[in-house]
Design a protein around this ligand. Sequence first.
Ligand code: SF4
Length: 352
Amino acid sequence: MTSTSEAMDTGDLIARAEEGLGLARPEIVHLLSLDDPAQVEALYQAADRVRRRCVGDEVHLRGVIEFSNHCRNNCTYCGLRRDNAKLARYRMEDDEIVECALGIAEGPCGTVVLQAGEDPAFTAERLCGIISAIRARTPLAVTLSVGRWPYEDLKAFRDAGASRYLLRHETANASLYESLCPGRRLSDRIECIRHLKRLGFETGMGCMVGLPGQTVEDLASDILLMQEMDADMIGIGPFIPHGDTPLAGHPPGDAEMVLKMLAVTRLVTRDTNIPATTALGVLRAEARKRAFSTGANVFMPVYTPKKYAPDYQIYPGKAVSVHEDMPLQEVVDYFSSIGRPIGAGHGARRKR
Ligand code: SF4
């Protein structure tokens, strides 16, 4: 049972967080550990008010093209991992990617997200050609989600017209990261994020919730790291076990913990762009909708062509695209029914 003093402390903590006074690590751990439904609801409502005050009611749509499911890496949680021989691999042609972006430009998305595994067939030069073609032929902002690259290549992407970059750090626990991503180091990933910021990219970070061995203190570290790095966009989703990976059989992350992470992240980072991730919807469709009342303000519909989308299997059950069981009009109608208009333009971070 929760004592009155604990309830008072929690209320005071939420009120201070709502005012933007910052949260220390033990305070973040306390909020993430709440299990009293009334207190959790108070946390969500505070995050929703901060979301309205700092980024408004608009929901920004980003159209995602998953253009290759090849990857040279072997992350233990990911269905695209190099050693997963069961996955049917595909690569879109350059023209096909640009055509897909032209289709996105006809709809309500102000941004295209070009996403893929780390596929050596897409050289920096090739990616620059695709970025330039999209920038020349559409008004879309171009976001890249293509893994870690050297500084010079990132600069070339920026010069070609890309203005945003998503590079999730996955977990701020370096030893956990290194056990999940063999042969790679968290410090290299963080250095790449620093390069992105230096080059003027709006930079996205993000983490998974419910990784094997992850603690609530680790999750607090994720929030503090994203605050310290001044991430502009923040993607937080549950770990979902994929049957053809070494982590098959581990339990998935908890949807409620993801919602608490979104809420506390909104309270701490204020004006960032925070999507309700597809992974959250896979776990519980209602949770993804709920995310829009606990801090989220971005939705990322998948425009990957129908013949490829089912094979972009980072985690199972993900083949939800505007071509399949989520027609975009349904999404737009849903947001309008909850009083959340679709944002116009690129939907860049509105810095205080
Ligand atoms: S998580 Fe990314 S880098 Fe790791 S195997 Fe999957 S696609 Fe490749």
